[in-house]
Write a protein that binds this ligand. Structure first.
Ligand code: NAD
Length: 354
């Protein structure tokens, strides 16, 4: 096994901690990439990994992505991520969540936890019994933001998709456009509902075929097997499942002029951003377009700490900044000859002092 500090995904992370609690069976990784702008904020993922190396790679990549995401979204937060290694039974117990909450509390606020793949609002409530450094908690007040970040992420992606369609296709309406959506979970289903309401024609896929079928039925969409979604000839491909989906082979197959979706770490390797650009495909850097959820849960966290309600209007105002941020990146990319992800990475690195 490669030592993680010599692994390609290690990027001068400030802290990488292995958490093991024998009594509950919890095994987790807490990774802080940069706290230059504030405490490391980012969701915790609950996933059954092939091995520890795979989980470490995810923690390193996702925590760096959070540094970039928070910086680009103008939040006073650094980048952190939790990864809980699910067993093959994928059982998550209250005792595991309590032990995980204790590990977060022991960091004294250097890491702020929220939902990611495999973690729910109820899990955040369980963790909040052991630490105050958790957000994405249900709001008691309907006028306040809070809770599951998925819908906020989906709204930001939808706004980003509209900007991408205007930029690449010169259209200010989505009516009649064909969008292929990969992943019909919290984010993907929200994106699909926004797109359907705007008149787009949808093709959906999810490894949970029943879930995709339910959404397709609700929205009058088509459904294809997961192995075929990247071959669908369409106006826009929206990846909303897991990362590392764009590699040499998939980029060659892609039959859409725009890629804009919420999955984290979509590019398998750094050269795949320029590879998309070389094919004339407009790419919305993932951590810029999918920042809606972290914007909402960060404002929720900061408001709770100052004893104020988190105003939904302020969250919405910040979500509306996402399209202009993307347009700025695409313009800079065109002017410089760099790919959009390279432009965004350079901007983010400057913001976090690297
Ligand atoms: P989720 O668990 O609710 O949904 C993920 C969906 O993808 C599931 O339905 C799953 O069955 C499906 N899936 C997994 N592998 C697939 C594959 N190979 N092909 C098709 N479908 C597949 O998770 P989510 O919260 O919707 O997150 C989706 C992505 O967006 C993740 O990459 C996550 O890190 C990212 N993201 C989420 C948020 C958020 O607010 N939830 C914020 C930013 C980024």
């Amino acid at each position: 096994m490669t030592a993680f500090w010599t692994a390609p995904d290690f990027d001068d992370h400030e802290m990488v901690q292995l958490v093991h609690d024998r009594a509950s069976g919890l095994t987790a990784i807490l990774a802080l990439h940069s706290t230059h702008l504030g405490p490391g904020a980012g969701g915790t993922r609950f996933w059954h990994y092939a091995d520890g190396e795979d989980a470490m790679r995810d923690a390193l990549r996702l925590s760096r992505g959070m540094s970039y995401k928070n910086a680009m979204a103008g939040l006073p937060m650094g980048g952190g991520k939790g990864v809980i290694l699910a067993g093959s039974d994928r059982i998550k117990t209250p005792e595991m969540l309590a032990a995980f909450g204790d590990a977060i509390e022991a960091l004294g606020g250097r890491y702020v936890c929220a939902e990611d793949v495999g973690m729910t609002e109820a899990d955040m409530v369980a963790i909040s019994k052991r630490t105050q450094h958790v957000t994405g908690l249900p709001s008691a007040d309907g006028a306040a933001a809070g809770g599951d970040p998925g819908p906020f992420t989906a709204t930001g992606i939808y706004l980003g998709i509209k900007a991408a369609v205007l930029h690449k296709l010169g259209k200010d309406s989505l009516a009649g456009l064909h969008v292929a959506v990969q992943g019909c979970g919290s984010v993907g289903s929200g994106v699909a509902r926004h797109l359907a309401a705007a008149g787009a024609r949808l093709t959906l896929a999810d490894i949970d075929e029943a879930r995709a079928a339910r959404l397709a039925g609700e929205l009058g969409a088509a459904q294809v097997p997961t192995g075929e979604i990247m071959d669908v000839a369409c106006d826009l491909f929206s990846p909303n499942a897991l990362g590392a989906i764009f590699d040499d082979a998939s980029i060659a197959r892609l039959a859409a002029p725009i890629v804009a979706g919420g999955a984290n770490n979509q590019l398998a390797r750094p050269e795949h951003g320029p590879a998309l650009a070389a094919r004339g495909i407009l790419y919305a850097p993932d951590y810029v377009i999918n920042a809606g959820g972290i914007i909402a849960v960060t404002l929720e966290y900061l408001a709770r700490r100052s004893g104020e309600p988190c105003a939904i209007a302020e969250v919405q105002r910040r979500l509306k900044e996402i399209p202009a941020r993307l347009s700025g990146i695409w313009q800079k990319a065109e002017a410089s000859g760099l790919a959009p992800d390279q432009v965004a990475d350079a901007m983010a690195q400057r913001l976090i002092g690297r």
